[in-house]
Design a protein around this ligand. Structure first.
Ligand SMILES: [Zn+2]
Length: 294
């Protein structure tokens, strides 16, 4: 698939809603930016996909969702940010972490993440962001997201994620889906849903076989009447600009800026999400020092 796509649908009886996404291109872009190892392509790829699916649940256009795994594994902190459309960006502390395959011969995402806490921070345009958290149960990301919704938001949820990595480390297929039950869901519908989901071996396998997110939804909702809401193109998208880094440097204060000036060379900042470099010349640092005085 040339583009990353996110699609949404709901069962006609109002029992459940689903978001499904093909994030192959997004994960491929993340791999290029961060030079991800095989294991980390799967780890950050799954986290980016989860953030995109969760972000698509946000209500309004300027809302953002941050999904953060602070585990004790070699990956370090993994952090992803999504907008309400499912456009995402992310990074891991240690993008080169590589582990031997796990007992089932799969890329050891759980081992890379380790155990610790998963955070969901929603900036809903209020004064304070919403912060939810739960324990990392396996580090495999999908299970952790399912657990988070049950524990922290009390919403019955099924999350499935998958990333397939080629021999040359490029991303063969990536994507997933997020199903949430709505209040007063119908038992017959949820039983059928459960059966359908249990029959799906691997969501990345379906996408690798050429299925679209809409077709994945058709499989999850097989035998259940449903309506497609929308389907949209999503991408790896950073929101950084020079002004943001200017303000960040300014916030260091007069003393720290003076110290930077005394080093006698331009100050270079690098965005951890997209690797964009912003260089601030000495003259600009001087100007910042006078601005910081005010
Ligand atoms: Zn950036």
């Amino acid at each position: 698939m040339e583009k990353s796509i996110s699609a949404r649908a709901m069962t006609r009886d109002g029992s459940a809603m689903i978001i499904a996404a093909d994030t192959t291109k997004i994960v491929q872009r993340a791999r290029e930016i961060h030079g991800l190892s095989k294991t980390m392509t799967a780890a950050l790829g799954r986290a980016l996909t989860a953030a995109s699916l969760m972000g698509a649940l946000l209500k309004s256009e300027n809302n953002t969702l941050t999904l953060q795994f602070r585990g004790d594994g070699p990956a370090g902190t993994v952090c992803c940010v999504s907008d309400c459309f499912g456009n995402v960006r992310g990074y891991a502390d240690n993008p080169a972490a590589e582990l031997a395959p796990n007992n089932s011969g799969k890329l050891d995402v759980g081992g890379a993440i380790g155990r610790g806490t998963m955070y969901v921070i929603k900036d809903l345009g209020m004064e304070e962001p919403y912060v939810g958290l739960s324990d990392i149960v396996s580090g495999e990301i999908a299970e952790d997201v399912t657990h988070y919704y049950a524990k922290s938001e009390q919403v019955p949820t099924v999350c499935a994620l998958g990333v397939r990595v080629n021999r040359d480390y490029s991303c063969k297929a990536a994507g997933g889906f997020l199903v949430q039950l709505l209040p007063f869901s119908d038992d017959a519908t949820t039983d059928r849903l459960e059966k359908n989901i249990s029959e799906i071996q691997s969501v990345s396998g379906l996408l690798a076989d050429g299925m679209t997110p809409e077709q994945v939804i058709g499989k999850v909702f097989d035998g259940i009447e449903f309506d497609m809401f929308d389907s949209r193109e999503i991408g790896y998208r950073c929101t950084c600009d020079r002004e943001k880094y200017y303000r960040a440097l300014l916030s260091l204060g007069k003393d720290e800026l003076t110290r930077l000036l005394q080093e006698g060379k331009p100050v270079e900042t690098v965005c951890s999400f997209c690797a964009a470099k912003y260089v601030f010349e000495q003259d600009e640092i001087k100007r910042m020092i006078t601005e910081a005085k005010k």
